[in-house]
Design a protein around this ligand. Structure first.
Ligand SMILES: Nc1ncnc2c1ncn2[C@@H]1O[C@H](COP(=O)(O)OP(=O)(O)OP(=O)(O)O)[C@@H](O)[C@H]1O
Length: 675
């Protein structure tokens, strides 16, 4: 904030510098001093309407259609809303002021007209693939549907999905228009390693597989530019690297040009040449060749660190812009994008665990027991196709026990069966009836003298958030009702609330008002009135806020088992850290961003002895799936890494502290050499 005017100058100069150095034809997108809005700035605001701040004020940017050498752009921002807005702006969305500030000169050339006249329209020539809609196009009317081995005749396969021919009785013309050339189809499918899944119904694809499918579908539209919004979220490290190489090849051939949006914690692909850095306030702080933007971020980061050490020990709180720049700098320097002086090293993880955790929680009776589990669809084995060493002897299938008090991380490549494994715990998987699985020491089917356990019994004792739950969660429940649905059998049935439950709901709404209330402006504090929570619907919230709500719904009642499957993916950085701390400490601690780094401290509510929602308790077991080191809660101690089907057996391990500190623990999971 303090440096905006000069930076804008620097930013536009950056862009100009890079332009004059390169030789290229008409830009594909040109923006000259444009400012953008979601709604018309003169439109009258209702008192409960979401704020409508100017976005990227006075932005000047030119994306060349051809350049020598090639330019490959990415937007880097800690805010998912800002990243998405930027990509949308590139394809002509959002209102531009003045309207003439944005143009698409290359799309109006004869070259494009003769190639395909439809490409003259930016929204057709510039495709966008966002992953916030995640599993929606992949169907499934209810959670278990994904795990059924026989699917409806009408379920369309990946091959259908890729071509877009998904109607019941497509006419010949539709088929002709949509069928891609066989060579193009073969190449896209091979590049994205989708061959094996072509005849599978899309509803059965894993999250990583469905992401690749969405990228493939967009490529088959043969756009001039493909904007990929945070494409590496949810991809395992190996697939991320592979996809990045594929994207590089495409971008080098300008077929299509690729623009990425990246979170600060994402590995920035080495082939990206130009970066736009925009803060959460929607202002571009720097833009231009990657090295110049990194130099700028490094300078900012070091300046903050130096001024911190000068004030060391005084416990100053940082303003939000500095917190943001510091976190971004920390990610980049930690990952080796630049080397920077760092004054402080945090002693605690952001959720309050020491690097070497010496506490020894009480571990009690087993509550999940799997003794030789194997899941197959037809002849395809997706989990447990191995022999495992169990107490010194080799046994078939997955043997795994989770006890009360344990905190498990479940890792593995995309498609290795993590979600399938969890669906056996939640009992959403139809094979839970036949598999050797006991939940709360009981099987699903009755045995002589022992009744089976019902799905309602099981699910009332569990909290579960996952991309699958997100996709099926009703969008027309109010924020308050969404939280209250923790206490009902299904999200749409009436919750059974007692005073304790209502207090917990209110406490969470107050604690997370900044993240959940769409009318609260940046920096504003709560008025204490929670009417907004009954007014706004789940579907009206941003993707990140929806994830927060589902995370709270899974944890708020301190159920016997909490399952978070990629629950933090898609949350903005600072929001994720707040949720991680809440998971372990509830209302008893809050995160302060001081000169000693992010530091969890006792909250004012705890000081008054008024904590209503505590963090994870000893009676609870916790299971978590994540592909990103930053999203692994600090409490995780036990871990399992599942192999890809047909490749070996799972590896098990135990941490002596949070994964957040250093890469050694993370590398151990993936069996990578030290780096
Ligand atoms: N109903 C089904 N029929 C056939 N195959 C299925 C079905 N459901 C899942 N699969 C396959 O089982 C494998 C494991 O899927 P799962 O979703 O458990 O993987 P995952 O480890 O959670 O992957 P990701 O990290 O991508 O989310 C995948 O190859 C998936 O395509």
């Amino acid at each position: 904030m303090r440096r905006t005017p000069t930076l804008f100058f620097a930013a536009s100069r950056c862009a100009r510098l890079s332009c004059t150095r390169r030789r290229y034809s008409e830009p594909i997108v040109r923006i000259t001093n444009g400012t953008f809005y979601r709604r018309h700035p003169a439109s009258k605001l209702e008192h409960d309407a979401a704020p409508n701040p100017p976005l990227f004020p006075d932005l000047s940017l030119s994306l060349p259609s051809f350049a020598t050498p090639n330019q490959h752009w990415a937007i880097l921002s800690p805010s998912s809303n800002i990243r998405t807005a930027f990509l949308q702006i590139l394809r002509g969305q959002l209102l531009c002021f003045p309207p003439t500030a944005r143009s698409f000169p290359y799309l109006l050339t004869e070259e494009i007209n003769s190639k395909n006249p439809k490409l003259r329209f930016p929204e057709r020539a510039i495709e966008y693939v966002g992953f916030d809609v995640e599993r929606k196009p992949f169907g499934g009317a209810y959670l278990s549907a994904r795990y059924e081995s026989r699917v409806e005749e009408t379920d369309f396969t990946l091959a259908h999905y890729l071509t877009g021919i998904v109607g019941m009785n497509p006419g010949e013309e539709v088929i002709k228009e949509k069928t891609p050339e066989p060579d193009v189809m073969r190449k896209v499918v091979r590049d994205l390693e989708l061959e094996r899944f072509l005849e599978k119904p899309v509803s059965t694809l894993s999250n990583g597989q469905s992401r690749r499918a969405r990228i493939g579908k967009a490529l088959l539209m043969r756009p001039e530019v493909l904007c990929l919004d945070a494409p590496f979220i949810g991809l395992d490290p190996f697939v991320s690297q592979h996809i990045s190489q594929v994207l590089h090849r495409l971008a080098e051939a300008n077929a299509p040009r690729i623009v990425l949006s990246l979170r600060p914690q994402d590995v920035i692909p080495p082939w990206i040449t130009h970066v736009v850095y925009a803060g959460e306030d929607g202002k571009v702080d720097a833009l231009g060749p990657k090295e110049e933007v990194f130099q700028y971020l490094k300078r900012e980061y070091e300046e903050i660190e130096i001024s911190m050490s000068a004030r060391a020990g005084k416990g100053h709180e940082l303003d939000s812009k500095l917190v943001e720049l510091r976190e971004v700098g920390r990610h980049l320097s930690e990952r080796g994008d630049f080397e920077a002086y760092s004054a402080q090293v945090s002693k605690l993880s952001c959720d309050g665990y020491e690097k070497l955790d010496k506490t020894s929680p009480k571990i009690r009776e087993p509550i999940v027991e799997m003794e030789g589990v194997r899941v197959k669809y037809g002849t395809n084995s997706v989990l447990g196709d191995w022999q495992q060493d169990v107490d010194g002897s080799e046994k078939d299938g997955l043997w795994w026990t989770v006890r009360r008090g344990e905190r498990w991380g479940i890792f593995g490549a995309n498609g290795s069966g993590k979600t399938t494994l969890l669906s056996l715990v939640t009992s959403d998987h139809p094979q839970t009836y036949s598999a050797p699985v006991k939940i709360f020491q009981r099987s699903r089917l009755p045995a002589p003298g022992v009744p089976g356990i019902t799905i309602f019994d099981i699910q009332s004792r569990m909290g579960h958030s996952s991309p699958e739950v997100h996709a099926l969660f009703p969008k027309n429940l109010s924020i308050r009702r969404s939280l209250e649905s923790t206490w009902s059998d299904t999200p749409i049935t009436k919750p059974r609330l007692d005073a304790e439950a209502s207090n917990r709901v209110e406490a969470c709404l107050k604690w997370f008002e900044a993240e959940l209330n769409p009318t609260l402006k940046d920096g504003e504090t709560s008025s204490g009135n929670l009417a907004w929570a009954s007014h706004f619907m789940f579907g009206e919230l941003s993707f990140s806020a929806q994830r927060v709500l589902l995370f709270l719904r899974a944890t708020i009642s301190n159920p016997d088992i909490v399952i978070l499957d990629e629950a933090f993916s898609g949350m903005d950085d600072l929001v994720r850290d707040k949720c991680l701390l809440f998971l372990s400490r509830g209302e008893s601690m809050e995160l302060h961003y001081t000169n000693a780094g992010p530091s969890p401290v006792e909250s004012s509510i705890a000081k008054k002895g008024k904590v209503v929602v505590p963090g994870l308790q000893e009676h609870q077991a916790f299971l978590c799936v994540s592909h990103s080191r930053q999203e692994v809660p600090g409490c995780i101690r036990e871990w399992v890494c599942l192999p890809e089907p047909g490749i070996g057996q799972p590896r098990f391990g135990r941490f002596d502290g949070p994964v957040e500190f250093g890469y050694e623990r993370w590398n151990e999971i993936w069996d990578w050499p030290e780096r």
